[in-house]
Design a protein around this ligand. Sequence first.
Ligand SMILES: C[S@@+](CC[C@H](N)C(=O)[O-])C[C@H]1O[C@@H](n2cnc3c(N)ncnc32)[C@H](O)[C@@H]1O
Length: 208
Amino acid sequence: MNNDGRQFAPATARNREAILEILKNELPSDGTVLEIASGTGEHGHYFTPHFPGLIWQPTDYLPENLSSISAWQNYESRENFLPPKKLDATSSLWPVEETGYPHPDITAIFNANMIHIAPWNVCVGLFEGAGRVLNAEGLLILYGPYKINGEHTAPSNADFDIWLKNRDPDFGVRDIEAVSEIAEKNGLSHVQSFAMPANNFIQIFKKL
Ligand SMILES: C[S@@+](CC[C@H](N)C(=O)[O-])C[C@H]1O[C@@H](n2cnc3c(N)ncnc32)[C@H](O)[C@@H]1O
């Protein structure tokens, strides 16, 4: 951690450029991007200058992450990078649903590296919330590792899966088919998949 409270995730520095290139083509030009599980806050801090028409709402459920996100905002303020909100993906009422939330035009949700390193009910909660808050045609954009047809896409992902399950048997690299099934139950459809560096993917779901 830096003296000013900013935390740094080395993986974010490695993946942010490749993610940005996809977001430039896929994100809508206006509205609010709700980021779930912002972690250190580095993604939002890095992306927002590239999307002047979008408002970026970072969130996380851990107080230490909310502090780091605020520290990134204090370090370099960006008009369209909002103060973080506490949001647990499993909650049945997200803060953006509360009466008086000033930016409820949610045209996209961005979520990186969460659903494999959290219990399955967090993935379910993410899609239930996306089903509630996204505008029609809104996008849910996920980044992380996936299995395809039950198979890992690289030996390193298989090793990572074992490491995750040793940490918590309910963690694990998710099957894109299982995730898509949850999406369908919540009114979203899996519309696109991008292979990314380091055996990761961007998966895009659209609210019908
Ligand atoms: C590996 S970190 C990824 C952080 C960031 N998105 C990134 O890519 O650097 C996993 C994140 O998921 C968050 N998380 C885990 N369970 C959550 C939940 N139930 N609701 C919201 N966030 C959660 C953690 O607090 C953490 O920020």
